[in-house]
Write a protein that binds this ligand. Sequence first.
Ligand SMILES: [Zn+2]
Length: 266
Amino acid sequence: MISATPYGEVLQIRMSRYPDFPTGAWVCAYLVDGLLVDTGPAHTAEELVRFLHDKAVKVAVNTHFHEDHISANKFLQDAYGIDIYAHPLAIDKINKAAKLYPYQEEVWGYPVPSEVKPIGDHIDTESHRFEVIPTPGHDLDHICLFERKNGWLFTGDLYVTTKPVVCRPNDDMWQVIADLKKLRALNPRIIFPAPTHVVKDPAEKLDRLITYLEELGARIEELYSNGMSSEHIRQEIFGEEGFIAEMTQQQFSSLNLVKSFLKKHR
Ligand SMILES: [Zn+2]
């Protein structure tokens, strides 16, 4: 299912196979001035193509290679002949058959491989310039897009909540903190995230998130230096894993979050 909400010139396009599912089963693309930021999951790819038939989409960008951000690429290229850009490190991954966990296949579906072009340091539309901000904390190929005149910041999967308690194995939380500080310094007026609602008070939310993560990281480091194992630290801070960890075959877990802060010790 697709639903759309305008935020001024920016159209949020929310996509989900399971719209009634409480959390984590929907993702957003954004359309602004002919630029589509992310193309969503496979299960809604054909619906997205139909939705965009009268929207004059001219070009697309993938914020990173994950399957819920790239999977309408091939359909959009076939239907509208558009160019799609991504970070150079994402190109091969997007053009290769993906290997997904069962939950990913169920919720998002398998992407059809597609050919995308390496993005430079900005992308221009008719009326706007979008600066490319490398933000490798979520994955090495992750980028954000910033439109300076209006303060629009498109954050892909970098921003989810002000108090995350789980993450994926590849997340690097110290790098995420550095990325968030870089975004905060841009002074965005509004944040358009992929996995959650539009953020209209970005300074306050980013400050809270950065403080939370820095304090969490310091606590984890301290417990580790006292000789605690990652599992023990997870138990001490977060308790037992919740149902998200079980549902995602431990791809989103509190243990991953603890380990992410301790990567440099391995
Ligand atoms: Zn992602």
